[in-house]
Design a protein around this ligand. Structure first.
Ligand SMILES: Nc1nc2c(ncn2[C@@H]2O[C@H](COP(=O)(O)OP(=O)(O)O)[C@@H](O)[C@H]2O)c(=O)[nH]1
Ligand SMILES: [Mg+2]
Length: 278
């Protein structure tokens, strides 16, 4: 794979990152259909140099498809090596009224590294400490180093009334993550759906008033500062990679990994940080 210009620069910076641990761990959290699986696949595509499908994306997505904790490792091109980060995906955050959807207390357990991959979330009960999937003493490697909230730009209107309680749930997760001192960012997907001008030309993204408005809404409603909200477009209909799509994705990924690395170093120097008092 040979990339050029801005893309090459970001690409090399990300793949050459060398955290002290085996890898940094990101957790994506967001409503069903927000584009979580597609984001993981889009990032995978950049490093595979072709469209990649590690996480199953669901095109008919009213209820969650991913019901268990699933962590994706991505290979660095054709080599045996993996990238210095992994991304965990959990089932969507359907609202509290729904009989499905992952519990906030379970998500906090995931943040702390207590939940093994493959665990199937049960809406009616939290993970039990005697469950085989419960990890009593997680190492630093198993903890989440950055929480990535995913929100679709074309659905910000639903944040206003929050009828199904998704925003309230995301804010609860945010609170739990803040107590654990875990950095948090928002990745705003579907920018192509929110602004026709951006759909025609992705490079207009930072000039679009509409997108800026949507980013501001995400920031206000989720309580994440505007400079930690990253707009992206995933690969959802393309048959080949595109530089503009990749640059935008890498421009989000690079600072996210830097925050994750900062947190990992903080955890290493003060292990008590990972034990909240709630
Ligand atoms: N137009 C557009 N569609 C997207 C984007 N990201 C994801 N999708 C589509 O949205 C649907 C739901 O995505 P999925 O990744 O399964 O959502 P998840 O439930 O959060 O994992 C799929 O049909 C994707 O192809 C995007 O940035 N733009
Ligand atoms: Mg999914």
């Amino acid at each position: 794979m040979r990339y050029y210009g801005k893309k090459a620069q970001l690409f090399e910076e990300v793949r050459n990152l060398s955290p002290k641990l085996e890898h940094l761990r990101l957790l994506v959290v967001g409503p069903v259909g927000a584009g979580k699986s597609t984001l993981i696949n889009s990032i995978g595509s950049i490093f595979q140099g072709r469209l990649y499908q590690g996480a199953l994306a669901d095109t008919a997505c009213d209820t969650s498809f991913t019901q268990k904790l699933q962590t994706q490792k991505i290979r660095d091109g054709d080599s045996e090596k993996f990238l210095p980060f992994v991304i965990s995906d959990i089932m969507g955050l359907e609202g509290s009224a729904s009989a499905a959807g992952v519990r906030v207390d379970d998500i906090i357990m995931v943040l702390q590294g207590h939940v093994r991959d493959g665990y199937r979330f049960i809406h009616s009960e939290p993970i039990k400490t005697d469950d085989g999937s419960y990890r009593p003493k997680p190492t630093l490697n198993k903890k989440v180093h950055c929480v990535v909230f995913i929100f679709p730009a074309d659905k910000t209107a639903m944040m206003e009334h929050d009828e199904d309680g998704i925003i309230a749930k995301m804010r609860e997760v945010r609170k739990g993550a803040a107590e654990l001192k875990i950095p948090q960012v928002v990745v705003m997907t579907m920018v192509d759906k929110a602004c026709p001008e951006v759909r025609r030309n992705l490079k207009m993204i930072y000039r679009s008033k509409k997108i800026e408005e949507k980013m501001q809404e995400c920031s206000n409603k989720l309580g994440v500062p505007m400079n930690y909200v990253y707009p992206v477009k995933n690969y959802h209909e393309e048959i080949e990679l595109r530089d503009d799509v990749d640059v935008l994705l890498l421009s989000a990924l690079k600072p996210i990994l830097a925050f994750a690395n900062d947190h990992m170093q903080e955890l290493e120097s003060s292990p008590n940080l990972s034990r909240p008092n709630f």
